[in-house]
Design a protein around this ligand. Structure first.
Ligand code: ADP
Length: 453
C-alpha cells in the first residue's frame, strides 16, 4: 500500500481523497495555487506545496510543478481527482516515468477513451450499443452533409476531444449543417486544441444513464449500478440520482453485465464510468470517463462501497475483494450540485462566504471544501458543495432532501439552492418523468418562481 499520496486537485474532491487516505493510514500532500492558500484541502493535508499562481494552467494543470512537488515530498502516488489532469494520458505517463503510481487506469486506456472517435470504435468492438453515426472523424462540410443524409436529421456534430459539453452543435436539417459543422470545429479547436469532429444521430428525448465500473489488475470487474444524470443545463449535470427511476432490476442487470464484459474485453482497470443515452428501452454508448466522477457519492450511499478507497487499493495492486454477487443496491440516493451562481441567470457569484451551516441527520452527506469566512475564488469551477441524501424509498429521499435544503445556510454569496428546492417539488420530477431536455424547459417556465428565501 502507498505511504504517501499527493492529491493533484482542489475543493471537495481533494478533501474526499484526503479522507479516504486518512482512513487507510496514508499520508497526504496537498498542492495549491496562490489563490487557494487558505483552502480546506491545504489545511487538512499532512503537507502542502504551492505549485503556482491562480490560473489553473499555471498551477493545477502545471504538470512539471506537480511532479516536482511529489518528488520533493516523497509521495509514492498521485491522485488526480476529476477535471484538471485526471484524463491527461501524458501526465499519467509522466507520473509513472518518475517512479510513482498514477491513481487511475493505464495511460493507454485514458488515451483510447479520451478520444471519442477511438472510444466509440472500442465500444463497438467490445459489444456496447452505440448511437448511429459517422464511422470516424468527418473532415469536410460535404462529408458532413453525406452523413446527415445517411443517418437522418437531426444530427449532432461533436468534438472527438470534447468534454464539459463543449464543441457540440445540433443540425436539424441539411441547411443547418454547414453552420453546425463549422461552429463545432471552431469551438473544438479553441477549447481542446484539436478540431477533429464526428457526427451522430441526435436523440430527441433520451435520459442520461451511466454505469459505474471498478476493476482490479487481476481481471475482476464489478459494476456498481447506474446513475441517472438527465437533469442537465448546458450539457452539465445539476442533480443526479441512483438508481434511475427509469430502470427495473432486470434492465439494470442486463446493461451492467454488458458494461462489465466490455471492460473485461478491453482490459480496463481502476474506476471508470460508461455513459449512455437511454431512449425507448435502448441504451446507446456516449463516452467513457476514466476517473472518479463528481456524482460518485450517490453510488456509495446505495451500494455501501467506498469507491475512492477501493480505487486507491486497486491502484496499489490490491485485489478488489468482492464479486458482482456481493453488490446490493440499498434504497435511493440523490445528489444536488450546489453552485456559487445566481439561481436564475446562472452567472457565477464568487466572493466571501458569511454564515455557513450544513444540514445533518441520518443519511445526509455534504461534500464540500467551504467554511464560514472562506473567499470563493473566481478562478475555478463554481461548485461549492454537493448535498447527498439517502433513504429507503425515493419518496423518503425527496422528503429528506427538502428538509436538508431548508437547513442549508450559505450567506454572502448566491447559490443554486433555490433551484434545487424548486426542482424537487415539481410533480413531473417527483414522478421521475424527465429526459435530458427537461431541466432547461423547466427553468424557462419557472424562472420567476425560483426565489431566494
Ligand atoms: P461531454 O464529454 O462534453 O460531457 P458527452 O458526449 O458526454 O459530452 O455529452 C454530454 C451531453 O450532451 C449528454 O449527456 C447529452 O445531454 C448530450 N448529447 C451528446 N450526444 C448526444 C446525442 N447523440 N443525442 C442527444 N444528446 C446528446
Amino acid at each position: 500500500m502507498f505511504e504517501k499520496v499527493l492529491i493533484a486537485n482542489r475543493g471537495e474532491i481533494a478533501l474526499r481523497i484526503h479522507r479516504a487516505c486518512r482512513e487507510m493510514g496514508i499520508k497526504t500532500v496537498a498542492v495549491h495555487s496562490t489563490a487557494d492558500a487558505n483552502a480546506m484541502h491545504v489545511r487538512l493535508a499532512d503537507e502542502a506545496v504551492c505549485i503556482g499562481p491562480a490560473p489553473a494552467k499555471d498551477s493545477y494543470l502545471n504538470k512539471a510543478a506537480i511532479i516536482s512537488a511529489a518528488m520533493i515530498t516523497g509521495a509514492d502516488a498521485i491522485h488526480p481527482g476529476y477535471g484538471f489532469l485526471s484524463e491527461n494520458a501524458d501526465f499519467a505517463e509522466m507520473v509513472e516515468l518518475h517512479g510513482m503510481t498514477f491513481i487511475g487506469p493505464k495511460p493507454e486506456m485514458i488515451r483510447l477513451m479520451g478520444d471519442k472517435v477511438t472510444a466509440k470504435r472500442a465500444a463497438i468492438e467490445s459489444g456496447l450499443p452505440v448511437v448511429p453515426g459517422s464511422d470516424g472523424d468527418v473532415k469536410t462540410v460535404d462529408e458532413a452533409l453525406m452523413w446527415g443524409e445517411k443517418i437522418g436529421y437531426p444530427v449532432i456534430v461533436k468534438a472527438a476531444a470534447g468534454g464539459g459539453g463543449k464543441g457540440m452543435k445540433v443540425a436539424h436539417n441539411a441547411s443547418e449543417m454547414a453552420d453546425a459543422f463549422t461552429l463545432a470545429k471552431n469551438e473544438a479547436r479553441s477549447s481542446f486544441a484539436s478540431d477533429v469532429v464526428y457526427i451522430e444521430k441526435y436523440l430527441q428525448k433520451p435520459r442520461h444513464i451511466e454505469i459505474q465500473i471498478i476493476a482490479d489488475n487481476y481481471g475482476n470487474v464489478v459494476y456498481l449500478g447506474e446513475r441517472d444524470c438527465s437533469l442537465q443545463r448546458n450539457h452539465q449535470k445539476v442533480l443526479e440520482e441512483c438508481p434511475s427511476p427509469a430502470l427495473n432490476p432486470e434492465q439494470r442487470r442486463k446493461i451492467g453485465e454488458i458494461a462489465s464484459k466490455a471492460m473485461a474485453h478491453i482490459g480496463y482497470t481502476n474506476v471508470g464510468t460508461i455513459e449512455f443515452l437511454y431512449e425507448d428501452g435502448q441504451f446507446y454508448f456516449l463516452e467513457m470517463n476514466t476517473r472518479v466522477q463528481v456524482e460518485h457519492p450517490i453510488t456509495e450511499m446505495v451500494t455501501g462501497v467506498d469507491i475512492v478507497r477501493d480505487q486507491i487499493r486497486v491502484s496499489s495492486g490490491g485485489l478488489l475483494g468482492y464479486k458482482q454477487e456481493d453488490i446490493r443496491m440499498n434504497g435511493y440516493a440523490i445528489e444536488c450540485r450546489i453552485n456559487a451562481e445566481d439561481p436564475r441567470t446562472f452567472i457565477p457569484c464568487p466572493g466571501q462566504i458569511g454564515a455557513w451551516h450544513v444540514p445533518g441527520g441520518l443519511d445526509v452527506r455534504v461534500d464540500s471544501g467551504m467554511y464560514a469566512g472562506y473567499k470563493v475564488p473566481p478562478n475555478y469551477d463554481s461548485m461549492v458543495a454537493k448535498l447527498i441524501v439517502h433513504g429507503r424509498t425515493r419518496n423518503g429521499v425527496l422528503m429528506r432532501l427538502r428538509r436538508a435544503l431548508e437547513e442549508f445556510v450559505i450567506e454572502g454569496i448566491k447559490t443554486t439552492i433555490p433551484l434545487h428546492q424548486k426542482i424537487i417539488t415539481d410533480p413531473e420530477f417527483i414522478d421521475g418523468q424527465y429526459n435530458i431536455h427537461w431541466l432547461e424547459n423547466f427553468i424557462e417556465q419557472h424562472k420567476d418562481e425560483i426565489v431566494e428565501e
